[in-house]
Write a protein that binds this ligand. Structure first.
Ligand code: PTJ
Length: 245
């Protein structure tokens, strides 16, 4: 379907098309459509815009990514379908490695995801995972020895479950992008960005570019000032008040 650019719900409809197309091309698991619908509902409650809390969260996250020694951006099917190009741009700006990590079979989807990034000139990890993150029963535990396994900071997006907790238990810092402020992922992350990945990733790229020119002291201060729980509480009260356009 050709969506006219001036359609009031253009962005939202475009995202549906990308997910549908991703399913057809084997990038997105069918359950990814349910995850997307859940995200749409939360995004609606946020007025489908980046709110002041998210701006703070993005600032702290960009500082953490720029200061990291081995940052890794973890991508699944939905993230790839919605914004592979923007993720590749963010990885360059930090700089960070990208690793495919999926929950649902088939495992060959890791290769399909890697091919999508290869088309954009980005070589990613995760097609031959040899290490396992402890405490996870799912395929999400399978990680690349040179990627998530050795990472000090991992950026996860568009997933809920127990991975953030397991990554933190293994000594890593976790930044999560999740539209649900109540999800386990958002609650357990060091920094949760409650925003749509299609808006948050380009903003993170911009901030990371700016922060690379700043001193370490200022970036450390940004992280120190940040309080994940306080920000999530503030997002929740914004949603309850009704933040529609
Ligand atoms: O790893 P894969 O490719 O096998 O796919 C895994 C999915 C995405 C299917 C799986 O992780 C899943 O079922 O996720 P959940 O439990 O539905 O969690 C997805 C979370 O992402 C929910 O909290 C949604 O609100 C949120 N979400 C959905 N769309 C977006 C989003 N957050 C940010 N931006 C979005 N566009």
């Amino acid at each position: 379907m050709k969506i006219p650019k001036n359609h009031p719900r253009y962005n939202s409809l475009m995202q549906r098309e990308l997910i549908e197309d991703g399913v057809k091309r084997g990038i997105v698991t069918q359950t990814g459509m349910i995850a997307h619908g859940r995200g749409e509902a939360f995004d609606y409650l946020l007025g489908e815009k980046t709110n002041p809390e998210a701006r703070k969260q993005i600032g702290a996250a960009a500082a953490m990514l720029v200061l990291a020694k081995r940052p890794v951006i973890s991508v699944n099917g939905n993230a790839t379908a919605l914004c592979a190009k923007e993720i590749a741009g963010l990885a360059k700006a930090i700089p960070a490695r990208i690793e495919a990590n999926i929950f649902y079979p088939p495992e060959k989807r890791r290769k399909i995801i890697a091919r999508e990034f290869a088309k954009l000139g980005a070589k990613i990890l995760g097609t031959k995972p040899t290490k396992k993150i402890r405490g996870l029963g799912s395929a999400r535990s399978n990680v690349d020895a040179e990627g998530i396994w050795k990472a000090d900071v991992v950026l996860v997006m568009l997933e809920d479950g127990d991975r953030t907790e397991a990554l933190r238990k293994s000594g890593k810092k976790v930044i999560a992008i999740d539209l649900n402020p109540l999800s386990r992922t958002a609650q357990k992350a060091n920094i949760a960005i409650v925003d749509n990945i299609t808006r948050a990733v380009p903003m993170l790229e911009k901030k990371a570019g700016e922060f690379r020119k700043k001193g370490e002291k200022l970036l450390r201060a940004k992280i120190k000032q940040f309080n994940n729980k306080k920000n999530l509480d503030s997002v929740l009260s914004r949603m309850r008040k009704g933040n529609t356009k």
